[in-house]
Ligand binder design. Structure first.
Ligand SMILES: [Zn+2]
Length: 186
């Protein structure tokens, strides 16, 4: 639940944060706390200073807890839009967004659900989301193979292990796509 902090003196790097709880935008726009404390400011981002001013005008005369409650109501309603409007979605949201994109827009999204656990793991080893595009797979395979080649890693045994895993994963995926990894033509 977002909350208005009526005393937002907290600063980050000398900057004030928007007084609307949960809003990460910078508080650049001052708004008086009440008509009786016109020099006592709250600091908001543009969106929230508008919301605040709206409730200020509308609820003229309200002060203290009553005003706070009204602002809270106003900003609660607006919450879905300002989460995006601030341009600073949380890392969790970013992840969700990308997952959504991957699963809903990917043409082989349905295919992914029919993967065996081995195939899923193989795609993970290839550090890819499942695709049907063989060229893309090949390209990724070459990149990973180069990256983990023992010559490049001073004979590191772990790199060698990884390379083996990558080879196995690549073979498995090629088989699952019904092509041969070595002789496939596109
Ligand atoms: Zn804000």
């Amino acid at each position: 639940m977002p909350e208005i902090q009526l005393d937002n003196d907290k600063t980050e790097n000398g900057k004030k944060c928007c007084a609307a709880e949960g809003c990460l935008a910078e508080g650049i726009y001052p708004a008086p706390k009440s008509r009786h404390a016109l020099r006592d400011y709250l600091w908001f981002c543009l969106e929230h200073v508008r919301a605040y001013n709206k409730s200020w005008n509308y609820y003229e005369g309200l002060q203290g807890a009553a005003l706070e409650a009204e602002i809270r109501r106003a900003t609660t309603w607006e919450r879905p839009s300002w989460k995006f409007a601030t341009g600073k979605p949380s890392e969790e949201m970013l992840k969700d967004t990308f997952n959504l994109f991957d699963f809903e827009n990917r043409e082989c999204g349905q295919r992914e659900q029919t993967l065996t656990p081995e195939e899923k793991r193989a795609w993970q080893i290839m550090r890819m989301t499942p695709v049907k595009d063989l060229e893309q797979l090949k390209k990724q395979y070459k990149t990973l193979a180069k990256e983990n080649h023992p010559d490049r890693n001073g004979g590191d045994e772990k790199a060698e292990e990884r390379l083996k895993e990558i080879n196995l994963a690549y073979d498995l995926i090629c088989k699952s796509l019904n092509v041969s990894g070595n002789n496939a033509t596109s």
